[in-house]
Design a protein around this ligand. Structure first.
Ligand code: PLP
Length: 409
């Protein structure tokens, strides 16, 4: 039970909130902002959002929506226009055909995850995902009374679940398997063949739902085209929820719009949860989403190209730092280097680095660069650094990290 600071527990927060807290990334970003306010020149590589402005034709659509009076409640899981744009997107880009009652529009990707799990997870149900992972999955699973089951993956295997590791982790209690490709935090992406092999295992577990979190779909730099599991194995489509959103692809994190397609019973149950919590997504943001999904895609493609160039530059620079090993991520805008070789070394102030958290703290204190320890995502000995910053800041950050790692003995 969490303390209410009143000296008694007569009033208190609910037990379901125990074990959850503010996102560590948000806390790190806030700490970096605090240090900046104190006059320190901190570069934050901690947050997960693109640094571009939302493309102007999308902004214009929002202004037009406001002017013409689209400022009221909409249907709980999206306007007809937004649902039509989502259906068209899934068909055009993912070969997934959904009826209107099989898609929904929500207040961001976290809302999709929350609605889906709240609608289906009973206490004790297991939800599986590969480690390292996006920590919000774990919080949402716990909040619903479910049991998070993180399946370890290896850097040498590209941080991916294998058919064998998945098979071993599945149990009669498994309710969901979550796939996230390209991944936060590692940037690794499943190929069509890899998804096919995982699907072959999942076909043997008919009680299991699959959540495919495709939010980084459009930030993929490997030559292999993007694929999603319901597309690769249509036999899984009747129990797969394919989710995507506007935050990352269109630089629209503040607009809070994401969407999903899946079986009608699930989409309906998610709408029930959404009606309890938010009534509907913002009418104005939905109008913007229609413009994003149906309008020209040049800005989105240009963002992805810029990220690719930043990735190449940043990875090359980081790999010049001693004690770090930084693989090239397939997608998203994160690198996930190993700092295992730095653990056990001693800082110029005489502190022995005992963990990735110590390493991240050292880098913040000595190099004025905020990074997120890998243990936050379930992979100690690593760290996540976002490359959603301009080239000059990225090069400066890499230079500072190199200097700090050179000073370790
Ligand atoms: C893997 C993954 N899924 C979902 C989200 C949620 O994004 P949003 O709520 O902005 O749509 C994020 C955001 O960081 C993410 O990294």
């Amino acid at each position: 039970m969490q303390d209410n600071n009143l000296g008694n527990n007569a009033v208190h927060v609910a037990a379901r909130l125990s074990g959850t807290g503010p996102s560590p990334m948000m806390m790190l970003a806030a700490r970096a902002a605090d240090l900046r306010a104190q006059g320190r020149n901190v570069i934050s590589l901690a947050t997960g959002e693109p640094d571009f402005d939302t493309p102007s034709h999308i902004q214009d659509a929002a202004v037009e929506a406001m002017r013409k009076g689209d400022t009221h409640y909409t249907f709980v899981d999206g306007t007809k226009a937004a649902k039509a744009a989502v259906r068209d997107k899934f068909l055009r880009e993912n070969e997934l055909s959904f009826d209107e009652n099989e898609v929904g529009v929500y207040t961001g990707g976290k809302h999709v995850i929350f609605n889906a799990l709240s609608a289906t997870v009973d206490p004790g149900d297991e939800v599986l995902f590969g480690l390292p992972t996006f920590p919000s999955y774990i919080d949402a699973i716990r909040y619903c009374g479910g049991v998070p089951v993180g399946v370890e993956t290896q850097a040498s295997g590209g941080w991916k679940l294998t058919p064998d590791s998945l098979d071993k982790a599945l149990s009669p209690k498994t309710r969901w398997v979550i796939l996230n490709s390209p991944s936060n935090p590692t940037g690794s992406a499943y190929s069509r063949a890899e998804l096919h092999a995982l699907a072959a295992i999942l076909l043997r577990y008919p009680q299991v739902l699959v959540l495919s979190d495709d939010i980084y779909e459009h930030l993929l730099y490997s030559p292999e085209p993007f694929a999603t599991i319901a597309q690769v194995e249509p036999k899984l489509a009747s129990r797969t929820l394919t989710m995507n959103g506007l935050s990352k692809a269109y630089s629209m994190t503040g607009w809070r719009i994401a969407y999903a397609g899946g079986p009608a019973w699930l989409v309906k149950a998610m709408a029930t949860v959404a009606s309890i919590t938010v009534s509907c997504p913002s009418s104005i943001s939905q109008a913007a989403a229609v413009a994003a999904l149906t309008g020209p895609q040049d800005a989105r493609n240009a963002f992805a190209e810029t990220f690719r160039q930043r990735r190449d530059l940043f990875v090359a620079s980081l790999n010049q730092a001693p004690h770090l090993r930084c693989p090239l991520p397939d997608g998203a805008f994160y690198v996930f280097p190993s700092c295992e070789a730095a653990i056990g070394l001693v800082t110029p102030k005489g502190k022995r680095l005992a963990s990735d958290a110590d390493f991240a703290e050292y880098i913040l204190d000595e190099a004025n660069v905020a990074i997120v320890p890998g243990s936050t995502f379930g992979a100690p000995g690593h760290f996540r650094a976002s490359f959603a910053l301009d080239t000059q800041q990225l090069l400066e950050a890499a230079k500072r990290i190199k200097k700090a790692t050179e000073a370790l003995s």
